[in-house]
Design a protein around this ligand. Sequence first.
Ligand SMILES: Nc1nc2c(ncn2[C@@H]2O[C@H](COP(=O)(O)OP(=O)(O)OP(=O)(O)O)[C@@H](O)[C@H]2O)c(=O)[nH]1
Ligand SMILES: [Mg+2]
Length: 466
Amino acid sequence: MRRVPRTRPTRVVVFSTSDTIVAIATPPGHGGIGVVRLSGPDAHAIGLRLIAVDRPLEPRRATFTSVLGPTTADGADRAELDHVVATYFPAPRSYTGDDVVELSAHGSPVVLRAIVASAIEGGARLAEPGEFTLRAFLNGRIDLPQAEAVADLIAAATPLQARAAFDQLEGTLTQHIGEIDRSLFDLAARLEASIDFPDEGYHFLTAAAVATELDALIARMSALLAGARRGRLIRDGLQVAIVGAPNVGKSSLFNALAGAARAIVTDVPGTTRDLVTEAVDIGGLRVTLVDTAGLHDTADVVESEGVARAERAQEVADLVLFVLDRSLPLPGDVDPDHLPLNNKVLYIANKADLPGAWSGRDVVEVSALTGEGLDALRVRMAAALDVDPLDDPPAMTNVRHIALVQRADEALRRARDAARCAGASLSEEFVLADLQDARAALEEISGRRAPEDLLAHIFSRFCIGK
Ligand SMILES: Nc1nc2c(ncn2[C@@H]2O[C@H](COP(=O)(O)OP(=O)(O)OP(=O)(O)O)[C@@H](O)[C@H]2O)c(=O)[nH]1
Ligand SMILES: [Mg+2]
């Protein structure tokens, strides 16, 4: 058979809100409760068909009832599948902004799938990944950063990540961007008035006044960007590589920090040959620890590939834990008081439970075996990564937003510099063009001007039911 080349994407992105969608909203598997969510114009009608209730559901009231199986050919009474609590959220005051019905049954995949199947039989369509949240966006309930925050909140692995995501969901970033955008709109309107009424013989705005207003906006953007590095680390987490000579206890330290015997530990040098990773919470940050092969010259092909991988992991890491064995003399060329310090490396003197052969300034003494010094090490790691979990998370954490604010910031700086140099001969058109660039970037953040493929990309990160 001839294969027809695929021209359409495998997943159709739906930007319509005119049909009714259904999905299991709780995670796959067995649980105490499982929720099926219906959203769309027929949610209430389809929902009513599924349950043993013969009058309209009262808005926002939990109704205890039963969910019914499919109709049979002989017209016999439909069997009850489970008890459910049905709740109806009429538009627009629902999660999606559509009419929504939520059925909370016991968390049985069999029951939940049967409810979804009946809803589809009743006219609903299975929701695409992220489609409930997409509808909330399309219906204007939330903007794009808030929709992205839902995905971040669901995916959060540390309390700090969850807090940053929740702030964004609450609209912290939306508010900052909105205020800057409104000021830009206002300034652009006044500049346009200057262009439209040239006969008045004067500029509505002096170049100096424009520059001053732009300075204030640039300061606001700079404040947003100042927290961005920390924000990005909070959201995306970071990589910490554990490196050092063979047998110094890298894998033991890795296991101790991970709280599980993930990596193989033996007294044979060259035990670890591949990268082993594990996500841990260091001071509220999501850190991916990477255990590596001991760095040394070797003729063994497997080991030398391991060493090459270790070197690459060390290069890309946000922080390197360089492990030394404190119970053995250091190699002659290493002076423990003058280690090549930089803000990317922490030197660890491991095996502190054994008699020490040396000590050094700026090294963190630990015993991976007894756990001694590990808390201090975590504190040093958090400090080296320069992210204090006790501080409020910054408003911006997402590289997409950061890049767009940078673009807007550059456009405003161009406009400001033009206004500064212009004196009496201010060219409103030039300044306006830069202001429009800045506004376009800000509107791409909020989603007011987001292309469909961007939306598709963002919402495809969600799972079905979100
Ligand atoms: N006494 C003592 N022994 C330790 C400590 N940490 C590791 N060891 C021992 O040191 C040996 C090597 O430990 P590993 O964790 O496998 O060392 P590694 O650096 O991962 O070694 P390679 O993977 O071969 O490079 C094992 O026998 C461990 O039990 C420690 O803090 N104290
Ligand atoms: Mg190892």
